[in-house]
Design a protein around this ligand. Sequence first.
Ligand SMILES: C[S@@+](CC[C@H](N)C(=O)[O-])C[C@H]1O[C@@H](n2cnc3c(N)ncnc32)[C@H](O)[C@@H]1O
Length: 296
Amino acid sequence: MNLNEAKQKFSELLLNTKTESREDLINFIKNSEEIEDFISDSHVQILESISEELRKVIPCSGILQSEAIVNLDDPKTEHIDAFLFPDDVLDELCDEGKMSRHYCANCGSKKTQKLDLVSHSFSAWELKWLFTKILPPISNKVLVDVGSRLGCVLYAAAEYTDASKIIGVELNPDFCALQNSIIEQYSYDKIEVIQADIRTQEQLLRSSDVIVLNNVFEHFLSQEDQVKCWDVIFGNVKRKGQVIVTVPSLQESLDELNGQLPDNWVSEIEWQLDEELVPDECDLESLKSVHLYQVM
Ligand SMILES: C[S@@+](CC[C@H](N)C(=O)[O-])C[C@H]1O[C@@H](n2cnc3c(N)ncnc32)[C@H](O)[C@@H]1O
């Protein structure tokens, strides 16, 4: 049903409702929490429909042939993509034998171990949480997703926020083409994708208000290049109040590289997680690995 058809049905519904109850019905629509939930879940539904479209063109691993992922052949690790394959879809793939959550530790025996699942994207539910509960409002701000890959951070920012501009920077041209096709199909006018190495985008880093870095460098670049990327970020994200979202924490990323955070650069903004409110679809542990900082 398109919008005009829905409007027509709604008029019919009003006409078929007893005259004395019409006002109550309208008040219900204006104020009901159920309707609020429905509106916010409709964003999840849009993200899920984008994910379904992308699943048609991306392999199960979520990795393209044009990518060079570091340690891709580690038998203890399975690369999945939480945006493309939410838990229920992953379960179906495991049942069909197309994916596994376990590996055989001792070939020929039934002794199996849990695989380390590495996701290269946020899931739709993590994105909802990020933009509705973790980040402060970002109306009229510019958001940059460093390494925008499938573009899910960009679509979620367009769905949930009033950011004035949403920019993805991605090295891989195939992912940029995919993002541009979704942007066109869903008329996401505020989103722009730049195919580039973030090291060439100093001005963009200086002028943006919110910078998202989700597992951005570690599986994709040599340690030497990762250090150079972080240096560009330290050198350009310097304006007081700029917000940085990272997974994992800045400290963890730098520890892996034996690097150090610049003194007095950022302060962490603690955010509270009411675990009872987190839906089953949302992986609590991944959510807890989201860190928020503000430049001092
Ligand atoms: C883990 S994915 C992040 C996906 C996405 N931002 C999200 O949160 O769902 C990291 C992406 O960063 C890209 N990338 C890595 N180094 C980069 C660089 N120096 N400049 C731009 N993109 C980079 C990779 O190609 C990869 O697609």
